[in-house]
Design a protein. Sequence first.
Length: 433
Amino acid sequence: MSSILKDTLSIGGSKIIIIISGLLQISITAHLLGPEINGIIATLILYPTIFMSIGSIGIRQSTTYCLGKKLFSLEKIKTSITQIWFFSTIFSLLLCFILMYFFNTHKNSQLIILAISPIPFALFNTYNSGIFLGQNNIKSFNQINWLPPVIQVICISILIYFFQIGVQSVLIGILIGHVITSFLLIKKNNFAESLSLKIHWDVIKKLTSLGIIYAVSLLAISLNYKMDIILLEHYSNSFQLGLYSKGVSITEYLWQIPMFLSTVIFSRSATSKDNEKFSQEVIFLLHISLIFVGISSIIIYFLAPIIIEFMFGKTFFGSISVLRYLLPGVFLLTIFKVLNMDLAGRGKPNIALYAMIPALIINIILNIKLIPTLGANGASIASTISYSFSALLFILQYSKYTKIKKRSILNFKSSKKKLRKFIINHKKNIHLK
């Protein structure tokens, strides 16, 4: 227990940096650009964000799994993921450009090209971060993760303040963050030595066959998060979209707690030899995560007016209700985010689909019905209902697969004992030192 909790605590610092950088970025863009331009930015980065999930075709997860289980050598995997990256990048760029040009409300070719430019670098970073997870090298994985948001907020701030280029400043800042990270990864993992025309078909087949299952699962999850923005763009306006994007951005940082837990869980699950014992540890981490997210949600709910005015200004007061409507769903979806990484780490990402596809259908139906009359608030209500439904469905699936009783998953008593034991042992170790 202590090792997995130590890994979790060790990456807390990098997540704090990510949260601070992200909050600074959304605050700066809100104060200086206003709701409408923020709505335009949200629509421009929507499709590239989705294609960063589709284009990744689950290679990070399958790389972690194959390295963790020692199915292939590191050099073969590095060569294979570089080759897969090349073809998936071409596919993602072309398809994303076509969709944005014909279906996006903003058809400025220059902005579209700028918006999709980070895709090759983001995919490269995603593919290769799986190597760190497969080696259980959590420290290096997190060092790479906090760098892009820090670079992005610095670049965006400079471009907005000194060059006053609005929408472009955000898109250029995102691009620079991913580019610098890619070059650092090339150096850190010695990828120049892995470039080869020799094709390891067995490795590529294993990575892509398993990766596609991860990708379908990630796509369903991503669409559940992004469908409200897609439908807001079509059934509402940029102002409502701007209000919604800022409200939802705060809740996304609440998810940083289960997200950094999930990183540890996925890495450990891929290398675990005792799945039953590990699942019990996952439930312990779930309970810790629910406590943090629950307390944070309550605080944010009551302080929402102060938070919104301080971070975004009075023009975003409409985001207060958006934020409040989203919080219950965000709290419940924490269950899915933590438990799903256990099963994904075992090579079973498809189980997430049993929860996410029905939830996605509900999300679409409710958004179409609520957005025309309620705008951003309607999208928030639809999302919370969808998130809650997917969480409850996934508890049933997780219980069925792991043979752990549903009551045990939500029973905090055992976790209290484990936490008390960990604290006592930690104090003893400090005393001995």
